[in-house]
Design a protein around this ligand. Sequence first.
Ligand code: FMN
Length: 443
Amino acid sequence: MASHNEAPILNAPAAVRWIVGLTVAVHVLRSLLPVPSDDWVLETFGFIPARYQAAAGGGNDLFAMVVSPFSHLFLHADWMHLTMNMAFFLAFGSAVGRRMGAAQLLILYFLCGLAAAFFWAYLYQPQQALLLGASGAVSGMVGAAARVSIWPPRHSSSAIPFWRRSTIITFVVIWLLLNVGFGIFPVLVSNSYSGIAWEAHLGGFIAGFVLIGAFDGRGRLMAVATPFGLQEGHRTMTQNYSTATAARPMDALESLLTRSSVPARMLREPAPDGAELEVILETAMRAPDHASLRPWRFLIIRGDARRQLGELFADALCRRDPLADGAAREKELSRPMRSPLIVVVCADIVEGNPKVPAVEQIVTCGAAAQNMLNAAHAMGYAGIMLTGKNAHDPFVKQALGLKPKDEIIGFLYFGTADGEARPKKRPAAASFAREWTGREPAA
Ligand SMILES: Cc1cc2nc3c(=O)[nH]c(=O)nc-3n(C[C@H](O)[C@H](O)[C@H](O)COP(=O)(O)O)c2cc1C
C-alpha cells in the first residue's frame, strides 16, 4: 500500500507563510528599484500621520490614507529589520495561528497593525514621521500569545496553554524592558528619538491581548495548541478546517463519555466530507504508535464505490460458500449501501521488527479507528466499527489492495444518525479495575 507523505520543511500555518512570503517578496522587489522609485513606494505605502492632519486641513490623499495603515507592515528599513520581524512573527504568529483559521489570523494580524499605527501616531504625535515594518502587528501576536497562555480560554478546543504561564510572563517582562530600554530610554535621557517605534509595539501588544478573545478557536474545529518548539513535522490538515460546516465541538471528556455506536442501517447523509473528513483522519495520526511505524492505512469508500464494494462482498461470499442462496448474496450486495461513507482501516504490518510485534501494530490501528469514531461523534456525526467474515477474507483483502500479511482492522461506517440508537447500559469501570500493590509473598 502507499507509503505516508514526507514531512514539509516549514510547519508554520498557511496564513503565516503567506504573510512572511509576501513581506520578503516586497523587500526583494524594493531592493531592485532605483532609489527615487523606492522613495515613492515609501511615501505612498508607509504610514505617515501627517497625512491625516493634512486631510483635516483640506489635504486629500485618500488612497494612501486608507491603504498605508496596512501596507506599511510590508515595508522594512533593511534586511536586519525584516529578519527580526519575520523571525518573531514565525514564532508567535505560528503559535497564535494554530489556534484559529487562516482568515482569522490574517484579520487579527492586520487589526493589530492598524491599532499599532494609530497608537503610535497618537502617543508620538510626529509631523512628517514615517512608520515602517511589521513590528506592530507582530507585537499583537505576542500580546495574543500572552493572553491565552496566562489566561487559557475556557472553551475546550483551545484550552491548552502553549507556554507555561511563568515562561510567557518572563518573556513579556523582558520584551517590555527591551522596549523601554531601546525605545523610551534615549528619549528620557537625551530627548532623542531612538527610531524604534515602541509606542506601536505597545499598541499592537494591547490590541492582540484584547482581540484574541474574539478570534481564539474560531475558523477551525480544534485548535492544535502544540507547545512551541515541539510541533510535529507534518502539516496538520485541521489548519484549514472551518467551523462553518459543523456545530462547535463538544468538550473532549463529554464527547468520550457519550459516544455510542449507531447501527449502520441508521446512518444517513450527510456524512463527514472535505475538511471534516480530513480532521477525522488527522485524529488517527494521534494514535499511540510504537517506534513510529505508522502502520495505519485508510480506504475511503463512498458514492458508487459502495455498490462495487457490495459486489466484492457478494463474490467473496460465493467463493466462501458456493451454496449461498440469493438472499444471502443480496445481503452482501446491500451491506455497504447502508451508510453514506465507509472508511476501511487497514494495518500495513511491518514484519520482523524486533521491538514491535504485529499485535502492537494492530493495537495502533485500533486506536486510530477509535480516535476517528470519537472525532466523528464530537462533530455531531455517528459511526460504527464492523468486521465480519469480509474483513478476514483473503479474496476481499487482495481486491482492496492489501498484501496477505496486512489486516483489515475494521470497516468504519459513518453518517448522521437517523433517530436514537437503543441506549446501552455501560458497566461500572470500577468492576474492571483493581489496585495492584506488589507481588503476593510466596506461600
Ligand atoms: C474490531 C471490532 C469489530 C467489530 N465488528 C462487529 C461486527 O462485525 N458486528 C457487530 O455487530 N459489531 C461489531 N463490533 C462492535 C461494534 O463496533 C460496537 O462496538 C458494538 O455494537 C457496541 O457498541 P458501542 O460501541 O456503543 O459500545 C466490532 C467491534 C470491534 C472493536
